[in-house]
Ligand binder design. Structure first.
Ligand SMILES: [Fe+2]
Length: 348
């Protein structure tokens, strides 16, 4: 527990990782205070393995620049979506650092299917892969990949629907057997832009993959990443739709859904998403969840999009991917001088 005059930080109920920040002041004053002295909040964030839930930030609805100011505390680059080939309809009309994730038009994001069966025998939400699909880390098809995402509930889905799930890759890695740690050391997975015919389901269905420009190509990422702030190793993975099941999913292993690489992904993902490593966030309006993409996974869940319009705002922070990526140019932008192209909806 950490207490200041502006906020208190406490452990996150329902998880072994993550913290909750409760403001005592309005969002504007909180952001100003955190800009003045970010260290206690950043220390708490990293000690808690990179998950922080802010409550009661509803004032962001009328001043989205507060979300951008908060984002800057977490890294040197806050993505300006006007400069990154992002479809215009997804970008906030006043603040280009904010992407709008919503089932409403014009964004029209699809809502994930319910798992089958939709609940556990005890009535709880299914969390563990492969019963639960959709686990990913944001934009892992980029090298370097982004560091941190900030996800704000402007207009959430009703309680008990549309929860966002998080899983702790630091704890999942440290609990692997020594033998499995040795197996995954030095291995890379091949990450792909979703919905381009390279996911497991698409490959099994025999879909023809969408042709890609060089800057959209799948990218290899280490399965174990060393966190550049904490120095701790963590599992870095995705599953079905954000891995390339044609070239991979694991580099230098048998390819395809039934190959040795696919079996390894299933084993690791099942381990990663065990109950002790996961947390389900049931959104209230004004909640902001900040998660570290370098060592956590997350997954969206179903809500009744016929009845409810959900509006979430996201910012993405980059600039400290770690030694693995030192000096690399951004794989996901075309070389200067070439025409900007591509309108693939890859906000994941
Ligand atoms: Fe995501």
């Amino acid at each position: 527990m950490h207490v200041t005059s502006s906020y208190q930080i406490r452990t996150l109920p329902g998880a072994i990782f993550g913290v909750e920040l409760i403001p005592n002041v309005r969002a504007q004053a909180l952001v100003t205070q955190l800009e003045h002295d970010p260290k206690p909040a950043l220390d708490a964030f990293y000690e808690a393995h990179g998950l922080m839930v802010f409550r009661d930030l509803n004032d962001i609805n009328d001043d989205p620049s507060l979300l951008v100011r908060l984002s800057r505390l977490f890294g040197s680059e806050v993505e300006n979506y006007h400069k990154t080939l992002t479809p215009e309809r997804l970008i906030h009309s006043q603040v280009p650092e904010v992407i709008v994730i919503s089932n409403l038009p014009p964004m029209s994001f699809p809502v994930p299917d319910l798992p089958d069966p939709p609940t556990m025998p005890d009535g709880k939400l299914p969390m563990q892969f492969p019963h639960r699909k959709g686990w990913h880390t944001d934009q892992s098809f980029r090298r370097p990949p982004p560091d941190i995402s900030l996800f704000y509930a402007m207009q959430p889905s009703p309680k008990g629907q549309g929860q966002t799930l998080y899983a702790d890759g630091t704890a999942a890695y440290s609990s692997l057997s020594r033998e499995m740690q040795q197996t995954v050391a030095g291995l890379s997975a091949i990450h792909a832009i979703p919905w381009t015919g390279r996911g497991e389901d698409a490959v099994r269905a025999g879909e023809i993959p969408t042709p890609l420009e060089p800057h959209q190509a799948s990218q290899a990422q280490p399965i174990v990443r060393i966190h550049p702030v904490t120095g701790q190793p963590a599992l870095y993975l995705c599953e079905e739709g954000q891995l390339d099941w044609i070239l991979g999913p694991v580099a230098d292993m048998d390819t395809g859904p039934d190959g040795a690489g696919g079996r390894l992904i299933y084993k690791l993902m099942t381990h990663y998403t065990q109950p002790q490593f996961t947390y389900a966030h049931d959104w209230d309006a004004g909640d902001l969840v900040i998660h570290d993409n370098r060592n956590l996974l997350h997954s969206a869940t179903w809500f009744d999009a016929e009845q409810h319009g959900r509006i979430m705002w996201r910012t993405t922070v980059s600039g400290n991917a770690g030694e693995e990526y030192a000096g690399e140019r951004k794989s996901w932008l075309p070389p200067e001088g070439e025409s900007l192209m591509g309108d693939l909806d890859y906000a994941n």
